[in-house]
Design a protein around this ligand. Structure first.
Ligand SMILES: Nc1nc2[nH]c(S[C@@H](C(=O)O)c3ccccc3)nc2c(=O)[nH]1
Length: 282
């Protein structure tokens, strides 16, 4: 499987780890450590060195309860880091934003993927993405980060998330964004209770059979806090289990804080697959 990322093609025949750089003050798991552009750049370079095949740079924390950060502030925080990283490394860069102006500015500075937790639903976002050749990750979220975890409710979470992503793909194709640029993401933790996150991960083979690359982000999320009673810093084992399960189900990209450990875990999976490991798919 391949993904068009700007003028480049990202090979997804083996799973790719997307390293996370939050240039925010309140991201839940590394809040404030990377607000300084030099610190964010150093962290990005370390993750690329550790094996990250993508670096996701975000200036608006989308964790539950997070307030919105306006486009101007997102640009001030994220674009210098995108530009500096693009000049220092060949690692493909993703911009984690929902705002059209931020997408445009970040792509001009060197980003080759747009990671939008609102799936291009904000005003002008679809058009802004269509004006680039960047890849686009379409993620499902119920509600808004500030309130999404208050009362997540679904009749059938797998069907509803699937239908939402289908509709967003159609909207992208209609706007002239080609299928070879699209990535699907169920949005673990975005307006979901534990049982919803588990159901979505259990049904991931179904989502992966749509023929588009799938990205999953489980790293350090509250589902492991609830399942294991672990604080944010103690969720590596749970995060790796979630990443391995996602890749075995067919996910192509794993968004992670702990890049070296995630790369190690996925290298073991690749070696097993090369040796013929193929658990029956439901
Ligand atoms: N595509 C894609 N982008 C993402 N951005 C984030 S934010 C995340 C955090 O790590 O803070 C987070 C943590 C806790 C709750 C919600 C969000 N999660 C994803 C994801 O799962 N998929």
């Amino acid at each position: 499987m391949q993904l068009r990322c700007g003028t480049r093609i990202l090979d997804l025949s083996r799973p790719v780890v997307m390293g996370i750089v939050n240039v925010t003050v309140d991201s839940f798991s590394d809040g404030g450590r990377h607000l300084d552009p030099q610190c964010a750049l150093a962290h990005a370079l370390r993750m690329a060195e550790a094996g990250a095949g993508l670096i996701d740079i975000g200036a608006e924390s989308t964790r539950p309860g997070a307030g919105a950060v306006d486009a101007g502030e997102q640009i001030r925080r994220a674009v210098p880091v995108v530009r500096a990283l693009a000049s220092r490394s060949r690692v493909p860069i993703s911009i984690d934003t929902s705002q059209a102006e931020v997408m445009t500015a970040a792509v001009e500075a060197g980003a080759v993927m747009i990671n939008d937790v609102r799936a291009l639903r904000e005003p002008g976002a679809l058009e802004a993405a269509a004006c680039t050749s960047a890849a686009v990750c379409l993620m499902h979220m119920q509600g808004e980060p500030r309130t999404m975890q208050r009362t997540p409710r679904y009749t059938n979470v797998v069907a509803e998330v699937g239908a939402f992503l289908d509709e967003r793909v159609r909207a992208c194709l209609a706007a002239g964004i080609s299928r070879d640029r699209l990535v699907l993401d169920p949005g673990i933790g975005f307006g979901k209770r534990l049982e919803h996150n588990l159901a979505l991960l259990a049904a991931l083979p179904e989502l992966c059979r749509q023929g588009l690359p799938v990205l999953i982000g489980v790293s350090r999320k509250s589902m492991f806090g609830e399942l294991l009673g672990r604080a944010v810093e103690q969720r590596l084992a749970g995060s790796l289990a979630g990443a391995v399960a996602g890749v075995l189900a067919g996910a192509s990209i794993v968004r992670a804080h702990d890049v070296a450990e995630s790369c190690d875990a996925l290298r073991v999976i690749e070696a097993l697959r090369q040796a013929g490991y193929a658990p029956e798919r439901r």
